[in-house]
Write a protein of this length. Structure first.
Length: 202
């Protein structure tokens, strides 16, 4: 799905596959002095800003190197990194295989980082639901969501999507059998709240 854009250069002449996931982030964090970095990707169009705010507060209060919310629908969450974590990953993740996915090295080396996982609150904890765009079926589902909830231009929250799933489950059938691919097995377990060794919200 990304192929039409893969070789289209950006304003600095770089193509999609030329870009290093860390370079611009580290530069901007150094320049602006932000305490943390929120990573939410463009193929996840249903990320809820309210939940992101809660996760940022949790991450900063706990002093975590990395924090995520577990139990959410696939694609509905974001990751929060301490600024120092991004700089450390930039230094340590030298192998090219780690440069595309900013969290891959972190998940493969859990002993180096303090990871906080915040369980999703009741009402939005539906991890079997897919709200990401990796396949044509995913795109069809997310378009249906936006047609129903954003057709008049209004903003909507994740709870609105969950309510829609309850009232019109057929809208979500096209991608219901699609298995999510993670950067590693441990990443999958962390996302589901099953990985040991991290700190959990109480």
């Amino acid at each position: 799905m990304h192929e039409p854009y893969a070789n289209r250069p950006d304003t600095r002449g770089r193509t999609y596959y030329d870009q290093d996931a860390f370079a611009d982030v580290v530069t901007e964090l150094d320049r602006r002095g932000f305490p943390c970095f929120v990573h939410a990707t463009g193929d996840n169009p249903c990320v809820d800003p309210g939940l992101v705010d809660r996760l940022v507060a949790f991450a900063l209060a706990g002093g975590y190197d990395f924090a995520c919310m577990t139990g959410l629908p696939v694609g509905a969450g974001a990751d929060v990194y301490a600024s120092g974590t991004i700089a450390a990953l930039d230094r340590l993740a030298a192998d090219a295989s780690y440069r595309e996915h900013i969290n891959a090295f972190l998940f493969d080396n859990p002993g180096l980082f303090r990871v906080g996982t915040m369980p999703a609150e009741p009402g939005v904890d539906l991890p079997a639901l897919r709200l990401t765009v990796d396949t044509p079926e995913d795109l069809a589902v997310c378009r249906s969501v936006y047609d129903r909830l954003h057709g008049d231009g209004r903003l909507f929250a994740l709870r609105d999507v969950i309510d829609l799933h309850r009232s019109e489950p057929a809208l979500f059938l096209p991608n219901s059998a699609t298995a999510q691919r993670y950067v590693s097995e441990r990443a999958s377990r962390v996302r589901r709240g099953e990985a040991g060794g991290g700190d959990r919200a109480r």
